[in-house]
Design a protein around this ligand. Structure first.
Ligand code: ADP
Ligand code: MG
Length: 581
């Protein structure tokens, strides 16, 4: 008698499902990762009873092509991996082609999905992994999936589930991690009819505040480090806000939530001596590593990672956190909260900052000999001297104008009461433009500059009706104009735009389907800011440097931009003394 038998596929699938889907939270994670991989900018969950009766997800991603829909629920069916080499160059969250098959094997699934180029969506029902019905029907672009009655056919596993509140708490942990790692995605989650989170697309920091609480604002310190092996950014909570229990330790590698006792240790190590024995530092840290240097394929749930040089990563994490802690202890000025008191400039209605008075002595150059100086002075007209060598004296009776000077390669150095600050010129220009657009889009208006020669923009009927519909927003941004039969004649444009860019910005705005009244504002403001500064020069005259620094100081988020890139660095007196010790 033959005692060894090949398991039928439905049993094999149920066994594998146990590894991928242990509880509702694991299904939530897999479904969200699929939506992220599909390029969704909006992901919404609806759950019932901790997820045991219903988990549904709606995304506005690419959708699944009709002919692939049944295949998506087959084991080892994936669109993300073709060869073994791909495993070491992963840019997607999923790759094993197991999640949908595993989930479908143990639940009742309904899937409605449509891609951009299909007129109708595909509607598929499965029970225990077997398709029961499929039809075509109208659907928005993207994917809707509902998972009902998890483990309906595996009573043993169903019994392992904890109470609904406990399961839902695990779901929220996963949701929190996803929302922190993907701030540019709008997320929402509703449980038993109650919306627990509704998050619009935003930047890292404001996402952290929305997810972990507004109070976090004055408790966190930014961390930033870039080495050849790993790039790191994020936030740590100040030592006095360490937790008595574990929780709020969020570590991401290439945006993937990971658990790593080893790297947690690296953070704890950096806090050594600053927190009581037995308390746990809280952090939200993002590591970016070349996918070739890590292996994510350690466990089906993909929350463990192997690094090819674990010790180097440990060292970087530890030293970056230590560095941030050191800066915080000696430089509380790095905190954004403190930054708002950084040279407050009165801003009552109608207030116009007076341009600082500047006298430039362009031929001052300590490196030039007497006779060469005369030459330099003559050249000034045609070739502006390298601003580094232009000695700038600033006189100003009204404001305490910063001393500042342009450095080569697009930086500005400025001295503030807190210390020496080096500003990345282009990024500062972009942050200034961004905040102006954002204010305008929020309805606070921005200045308009009148054009001597109106710019004519040709409008298709579609763009025209869109322009008319959005005219209120556009005028708030500083656009001003009149419509003719098939043109828009622009008389006024936002001051942050050059006339050449104004038409481009307007068209980009009108053509972007996301730029509708009520849409998330950060994305559009950021795109406009990029257009606004794409062509602006970074080699500034001394008075332009001063103007830029003054505007930069007024920004709400002067130190980091929407993408998390560093805009300016600060070196305070203590750090200077350390450097010279
Ligand atoms: P994996 O994500 O590892 O590829 P899954 O079983 O999670 O495997 O998904 C199988 C396939 O189904 C994916 O490769 C993808 O092509 C498709 N898919 C799943 N969910 C979505 C979604 N929300 N939007 C678009 N395609 C999806
Ligand atoms: Mg997947």
């Amino acid at each position: 008698m033959n005692t060894i038998q090949q398991l039928p596929p439905h049993i094999a699938n149920q066994i594998a499902a146990g590894e991928v889907v242990q509880r509702p939270a694991s299904a939530v994670k897999e479904l969200a990762e699929n939506a992220i991989d599909a390029g969704a900018s909006r992901i919404s969950f609806v759950l019932q009873d901790g997820g045991r009766t219903l988990i549904s997800i709606t995304d506005n991603g690419n959708g699944i092509p009709s002919q692939d829909v049944p295949l998506a629920f087959e084991r080892h069916a994936t669109s993300k991996l073709r060869t073994v080499d791909d495993l070491f160059a992963l840019r997607t969250m999923g790759f094993r082609g197991e999640a949908l098959a595993s989930i479908a094997a143990i639940s009742h699934v309904e899937c409605l999905t449509r891609t951009a180029d299909e007129p109708l969506g595909t509607h598929l029902f499965l029970e225990g992994g077997t398709a029961t019905k499929t039809e075509k029907k109208p659907a928005p672009m993207g994917t809707y999936l509902s998972i009902r009655n998890l483990f309906f056919n595996v009573p043993a596993r169903r019994q392992f589930l904890k109470s609904d509140p406990v399961e839902f708490r695990a779901v929220l942990d996963v949701f929190t991690g996803l929302a922190l790692a993907h701030p540019h995605i709008g997320w929402s989650i509703t449980h038993n009819g109650r919306e627990e989170f509704h998050l619009e697309a935003e930047n890292d920091r404001s996402r952290l505040l929305h997810v972990l609480g507004k109070k976090s604002n004055d408790r966190i310190v930014p961390v930033q480090e870039a080495t050849d092996i790993v790039q790191m950014h994020g936030f740590i909570f100040r030592p006095e806000h360490a937790r008595k229990t574990r929780g709020d330790q969020h570590l991401f590698v290439n945006k993937r939530m990971v658990r790593s006792a080893y790297l947690h240790r690296a953070v704890v190590d950096a806090f050594e001596g600053l927190i009581a024995e037995g308390s746990h530092p809280a952090y939200v840290l993002f590591l970016a590593i070349d996918p070739a240097r890590i292996d994510v394929n350690v466990h089906p749930a993909k929350t463990e990672i192997k690094f090819d040089d674990e010790r180097a990563v440990y060292a970087v994490v530890r030293s970056a956190v230590k560095h941030a802690l050191g800066q915080y202890q000696v430089a509380p000025g790095l905190d954004f909260e403190a930054m708002t008191s950084f040279h407050p400039i009165p801003q009552e209605a109608g207030y116009l900052p007076r341009p600082p008075q500047i006298t430039v002595n362009p031929d001052f150059n300590p490196f030039l000999f007497e006779n060469q100086r005369a030459n330099a002075a003559q050249k000034t007209e045609a070739f502006p001297l390298d601003p580094l060598f232009a000695h700038t004296e600033v006189q100003n009776e009204q404001m305490d104008t910063p001393w500042c000077t342009g450095l080569p390669a697009g930086f500005i150095a400025t001295v503030q009461p807190e210390g020496l600050v080096v500003i990345h010129t282009k990024r500062a220009q972009r942050v200034i433009a961004f905040e102006r657009f954002l204010r305008a889009l929020e309805g606070h208006g921005t200045a308009s500059q009148q054009l001597l020669f109106p710019v004519e923009i040709e409008l298709s009927p579609a763009l025209r009706s869109s322009a008319e519909e959005q005219w209120a927003i556009l005028t708030a941004m500083g656009f001003d104009g009149t419509f003719t039969a098939d043109h828009l004649l622009l008389h006024g444009i936002p001051v942050v735009l050059s006339p050449e860019d104004a038409a481009l910005a307007l068209e980009t705005w009108l053509q972007d389907p996301d730029n509708k009244p009520g849409a998330a504002l950060i994305g559009p403001a950021w795109r406009l800011a990029q257009i606004a500064v794409a062509r602006s020069s970074t080699s500034l005259r001394p008075e332009e440097c001063v103007a830029l620094v003054t505007q930069w100081q007024q920004c709400h988020h002067p130190w980091q931009d929407v993408d998390g890139a560093t805009v300016a660095l600060q070196l305070n007196t203590t750090q200077l003394q350390q450097q010279f010790s």
